[in-house]
Write a protein that binds this ligand. Sequence first.
Ligand code: GDP
Ligand code: MN
Length: 372
Amino acid sequence: TVDSYLPAATQPFRGITPVSQGHRANATFVFLCRNSDISGVVASIQSMEDRFNKKYNYPWVFLNDEPFTEEFKQCRLDGTAKLRLSKTPNLISNVRMPPISFGLIPSEHWVQPDWIDEDRARRGRLQMTSQRIIYGGTRGISGAAYLVSGSSDHGFSLGSVPYRNMCRFNSGFFFKHELLQPYRYYWRVEPSVKFFCDIKYDPFLYMQEHDKVYSFTISLEEHEPTVPTLWASVKEFMAQYPQFIEPHNSMDFLSNDGGNKYNMCHYWSNFEIADMDFWRGEAYTKFFDFLEAKGGFYYERWGDAPVHSIAASLFARPDQIHFFRDIGYRHENFQHCPSGAQWSVGRCACDPNDSFDYTDHSCLRRFEALFQ
Ligand code: GDP
Ligand code: MN
């Protein structure tokens, strides 16, 4: 078996510190992906297990709009067939198997609803792809030229229906999935991301013990053409439901003029550790339903990142939003790399000088200014 290739010290149940059973959060990883994402999925899991979860054994929940194949579940990869999700318990965390479950997304949580005017939606998609050509013919659009080299293919996503389904699902539905009902906190993971540093404490417990509802490692500006009327809808919501707006909110993160105009700042939602009870609560439920009724997930391309960020900024206090400065993280094309003592303690495999934090299109300064 694969175990026999491991050095003795890493053999299961030998020389491994037992996982503390007592003090745990009610939490899980959540991984939305396609069967075809398998190699990036394995890479992300390996990174997370190595750097954090081998000691904590939090469960993994995989979600897909199509049934996961047996191949995906057993993770038979030609080159790296060594890591199997369901057949070789020892390898996923080297000690024992974290619970893993695979879920199918109900179609009403995924596909474009019938009441969406498909002609209007199609015009929106075409307009968005042609705008991209007018604004330079590359993936970067309007002011967001810094995204030009994006391997995440924002160009493609501008005209894509599945991408819109994904953004809407991540905005309003993932936390309603039956496999996530038992849990309060989640950590969102995507294919081919990297966790650069050892995480020597439990970030879920940190969230719980410090009354945090949302967290991030990278914040940046959204491409304006994907959300032309989002802010008008937000303002309408605020006028209609003032009771949901936290008096001590982070409007100054979202707006440079006290709320008149949206400055496009948002937390990059491919990394999220957050409290699902916040999304399940009355304020966010009303907010999502309100946005959903506007049709902007399909007529435009409202992303789950600005939607989550706006909600966290308006319905929670700034001190309930946490910047995980010590968690080194990369999702193409940007990364956050800790520096100084955090870099050493975490044995971070990244260049502290290569960090999005204080670059031109980062919104981190704006977040930090909330506390000054
Ligand atoms: P980007 O990070 O904005 O470029 O978007 P991604 O392509 O990484 O998609 C975000 C997440 O949703 C990733 O975890 C993808 O695996 C997942 N995803 C995107 N589109 C689909 C889809 O059509 N079906 C499924 N099941 N997952 C998807
Ligand atoms: Mn991604």
